[in-house]
Design a protein around this ligand. Structure first.
Ligand code: SF4
Length: 359
């Protein structure tokens, strides 16, 4: 029997500076540390000896390690035509970098744009401006990237329905195939958690989110997950594996895996990662597993949860059908034995999913 392919996530934990809202694991970039990191990643990839049909370099700021990324791709067993994504910071856009990445097989680039309003970017502590964000996307496209994604943030300091609309309109004029729109979450132990921020109120944030869904769909960029939107055929294949409970291997500190039937993570310590022969993993004990986890992940998707599939995995579909009746009609759909949340439902997804799966 041939081994199935899985996804490969490689965490690149380096940044030029730390944004005040960010909780992702990263350290200050240095040349020497990057080289050491490359060797540790390659060592680990060959240890697991896997075959991959999606690869995702996330961070951190992966593009800082563009040369190392090319060597890593060369050493990994990647299926021909696999989706290979690199996250990029607009302030590091350069023709040489984009062309080299494309030549080494990278076919998807995801820019952390966050906003096209300079006051919002400043509050987020970003190093780029709206102008450099636009130029970065145009340059990537001119260099040959067809599949370009942009991340934006909703509910940030100073943002209004109008300013968010300005960002969306700017993005609509760019050659983008995919947009991720994440709600700002104030994470503990970040400068934002202690700062006095002038954040939009809950009603304004709901308005911003619903307008985002409506606007992007009017431009043919359809919502396929709570925070993700794509033109037809451009949903992120790697991330879809997470929501379908398919296997992926994570390499690097702070990475998570669901690999060979086990869910595990690597602690947030780059030195420990670089110094050990093989990354030290810890099992994720608090994962629900089984039908419940599958349902929770599938309900993040616009496509929703197929009840026959849920039952096959040991779930009680009759209970879900009963629970749907407890949820206001405009938050949820039950059609052809398939349950899915509406955009209004996504705004309160924890409560809706809790009720659906509750006793
Ligand atoms: S938001 Fe991105 S660039 Fe900023 S610190 Fe976090 S990972 Fe680094």
């Amino acid at each position: 029997m041939t081994e199935p392919y899985s996804g490969l996530y490689i965490h690149i934990p380096f940044c030029l500076s730390k944004c005040p809202y960010c909780d992702f694991y990263s350290v200050k970039y240095g040349n020497e540390a990057a080289k050491k990191y490359e060797s540790a990643v390659i060592r680990n990839i060959s240890h697991y000896n896997g075959k991959f049909d999606t690869v995702y370099f996330g961070g951190g700021t992966p593009i800082l390690l563009w040369k190392e990324i090319c060597s890593i791709i060369e050493k990994a067993d990647i299926k021909s035509g696999a989706e290979i994504t690199v996250e990029a910071n607009p302030c590091l856009a350069k023709e040489e970098i984009f062309k080299t990445l494309i030549n080494s097989g990278v076919n998807r680039i995801s820019f952390g744009i966050q906003s096209l309003n300079d006051n919002e970017l400043k509050s987020l502590g970003r190093r780029h401006s709206s102008r450099s964000a636009v130029k970065a996307v145009e340059l990537a496209h001119a260099c040959g990237f067809d599949n370009i994604s942009a991340d934006i943030m909703l509910g940030t300091e100073g943002q209004t329905v109008k300013s968010a609309a300005h960002t969306l309109e700017g993005l609509a004029g760019l050659p983008l195939k995919h947009i991720s729109a994440y709600m700002l979450k104030i994470e503990e132990n970040t400068p934002y958690a202690k700062a006095k921020l002038d954040l939009p109120d809950e009603d304004e944030v709901c308005g911003i989110y619903l307008n985002t869904v409506e606007f992007l769909e009017s431009k043919g960029i359809e919502q396929y997950e709570i925070s993700n939107f794509a033109k037809e055929g451009y949903a992120c294949a790697h991330n879809i594996k997470y929501w379908n409970c398919e296997e992926y291997l994570g390499i690097g500190p702070a990475s998570h895996s669901f690999y060979k039937g086990k869910r595990f993570f690597v602690k947030r310590d780059i030195n420990a990662f670089c110094e050990s022969e093989i990354q030290q993993t810890e099992l994720e004990e608090d994962r629900l597993g089984g039908a419940e986890e599958y349902a929770m992940l599938r309900l993040r998707l616009r496509e929703g949860l197929n009840l026959a599939e849920y039952e096959k995995r040991g779930g009680d579909k009759e209970k879900i059908i009963e629970n749907v009746k407890k949820i206001p009609y405009k938050l949820i759909f039950l059609k052809n034995r398939n349950v899915s949340l509406t955009p209004e439902g996504f705004l309160v997804s924890n409560a809706v999913i809790g009720t659906l799966l509750g006793d």
